[in-house]
Structure formats: C-alpha cells, structure tokens
Design a protein around this ligand. Structure first.
Ligand code: IMP
Length: 201
C-alpha cells in the first residue's frame, strides 16, 4: 500500500503501544518515528473522551515536528465500574503511570465483584499537518473478562488481568502477532489503513 507521505510520527511515549504500532505498520514503505526521538514534550490529556485526547496528542506531535502524526488513545472500560478506568487507565493509581500499581488497584476494586465483563477501547487519529481539518479517525474494541489473578508476562498495562473470551488466554499470554490481529489497537489500525487507502491519503 502506497501512502502520500513517507514519514509518520507516532504520538506516544508508551513503549508497549509503540511496539505494537510499529509491528502493524512494518509492511508499509514509510519511516515510523517515535515522538520521543524528536523530543516532543508530553501532551496534556485533560478531556473526558478518548477521541478528544487522541486529537490533542496527534495535533501536538504534528505541531512540534512539522510531520504527519498518528495518536492512539486507549484504555480499559470495566462494566461493573461504569466504564472506569476509561480515559484514566494509564493514571488509575496515580500520576506515576505505573502498570503494576494500576493492576493492583483494579484487582482490589474488583475483589468482590461478580460481573467481570470489560473491554479495551482504542481510537486512532492521523493528522497530515497540525491544522488538518479532516483528521482520519478509526476505533476498535476488544471484549473480555477481568481475572482474579495475573496470568502471563508479555505485553503491557492491564494485559495480565484481561482474559480474551475467544482464545481463553490473557493478553499477556498472547504473542504480539496474535494480539496485533485481534486487539482493539489492531482493529482500529486496520480500519485506519483501509480509510487511508480509500482516500489515497
Ligand atoms: P493513554 O496513553 O492515555 O492512551 O492510556 C493508555 C492506557 O490504557 C495504558 O497505559 C494502559 O493502562 C491501558 N491500555 C491501553 N491499551 C492497552 C493494551 O493493549 N493492553 C493493556 N493495557 C492497555
């Protein structure tokens, strides 16, 4: 697939996300540049919806680099917690953004809860320049259950506590190839690439 640009900044400092996005975009003939390698400062994420935060991050990265930018805003939404931690997933247990502390808090909060249904959500936003009036937007979801204990060592974030209904494995037990195909991020990215192709963007 040929794109109208040959460089793309990935607007995240999250190494887990970056690894997955790089894996999915690897077949494209473009240079993938993590925003950290261009010293893009952190972007505030003050909004209460994923889409608003993703737009802010994409515009911010494009503004600081002068390049097209792709942002992923994502999180875990737990039914019994009315969608929490949601947009606060990275900071559920505090501003230190510790996966370990977030998982520990989730286990505690869900200790006596019988409804374990949850889903991951991801929205991807691509802007071709800072003031792009037509950002390309795609979203994806992944349904599963929150376990009572950790399983697996791969991945990042809530992966060891999230059981994929279809494979019977936690995300932390799935190889990157499989996660990239069936995850919220994989679905969002597939839709985004399809849109780019259709638009010839
Ligand atoms: P963001 O950087 O504000 O979009 O927050 C993303 C947070 O959501 C991550 O730090 C994780 O806590 C959680 N998250 C998103 N996607 C995943 C995933 O694929 N696996 C595990 N946790 C995820």
């Amino acid at each position: 697939m040929a794109l109208a640009f040959n460089k793309l900044v990935i607007a995240t400092g999250n190494q887990g996300k970056l690894r997955e996005i790089q894996h999915i975009l690897a077949p494209l003939q473009i240079e993938i540049i993590p925003q950290t390698s261009l010293n893009v400062p952190d972007c505030a994420e003050p909004f209460c919806t994923f889409i608003e935060n993703a737009l802010a991050k994409a515009r911010h990265a494009s503004k600081h680099t002068g390049l097209p930018a792709l942002a992923d805003d994502s999180g875990l939404c737990v039914d019994a917690l009315q969608g929490a931690p949601g947009v606060l997933s990275a900071r559920y247990a505090g501003e230190s953004k510790s996966d370990e502390n977030n998982n520990h808090k989730l286990l505690q909060v869900m200790q006596n809860e019988s409804n374990r249904h949850a889903h991951f959500y991801c929205v991807m936003v691509l802007v071709r320049h800072e003031h792009d009036p037509e950002p390309i937007i795609a979203e994806g979801q992944w349904a599963g259950e929150i376990l009572h204990e950790y399983r697996g060592t791969d991945g990042f974030g809530y992966d060891p506590l999230f059981l994929d209904d279809k494979t019977g494995k936690t995300v932390a037990e799935l190889p990157l190839e499989i996660k990239s195909r069936i995850s919220h991020r994989g679905h969002a990215m597939a839709k985004l690439l399809h849109k780019l192709e259709r638009l010839g963007a």
